[in-house]
Design a binder for this molecule. Sequence first.
Ligand code: STX
Length: 318
Amino acid sequence: MKTLYPEIEPFDSGMLKVSDIHEVHYERCGNPDGIPVVFLHGGPGGGLLPMYRRFFDPKAYHIVLFDQRGSGKSTPHAELKENTTWDLINDIESLREKFGIGKWFVFGGSWGSTLSLAYAETHPDRCSGLILRGIFLTRKKELDWFYQYGASEIFPDFWERYRDEIPEAERGDFMTAYYKRLTGDDEAVRLSAARAWSVWEGSTSKLLPSADLMEHWEGAHEALQLARIECHYFMNNSFFPTEDYLIENVEKIRHLPTVIVQGRYDVVCPITSAWELHKAFPEAEFIVVPDAGHSVSEPGITSALVDAMDKFKEKAAV
Ligand code: STX
């Protein structure tokens, strides 16, 4: 089993102005002359964690990470205006150009896999390869499963808080009910809804539930960015023109070296989506981790991701 590389600090970080209102926080780690890779975090709205720097050999890789619009240290915090998938794709391009990178590996899990696929299908010539984990294609059936009915049958205990935030009369459509509260004027209602929404995700992400993860998403800053931005994207089909957009356009990226890593017991993004991507993109290496849920910190998932990046490094060195 492989584990994360040691803790590392960025050699460069800053804010990039990407629109009239948004500034995006970025970090660069590792070797500025190394193989470029961009890290795309989850949510949308998840923001960066220091551990995300550690999947890549810092001697071999030039690692670029950024907080997507409204997330983490990007400003304004949890802002929904001018915040769409296409804006994020443009931001990735702005960062690539700013750092003088021609092509890079794209590494993303969960929503990060969604955004990786959308970016690669839009700019295939800018990608050296893809490393995708916990595949999420943002289709209605995936959203219904997690936010309406399905995951509720596996985690009925954690489901109660998410459910009880919404009065019975509105429970026929949790997404709409949450959207109303997360975007309303009452700050206390917003925060309470945001916490219930985000803790639900934090509670269900690991095969063995983690108190630390639940606590993290209880934080006001973390809860508001994740819940508001996710709900905004999901109310808008994540700004894709069709329901199956990412699968429909997969032909554009089938030449790219790609690894798909999926936990068998992923309750947030069930394996069906990874399986459908595997069928549509059979050239990609498909790794099912038999004893893992959704989280990137599941030991088997971390190991598979570090190993995938080590193999790309070895290939590049030949
Ligand atoms: N959200 C999928 C996603 O991207 C429906 C995701 N799942 N958990 C996360 O992100 C956190 C890491 C932000 C908890």
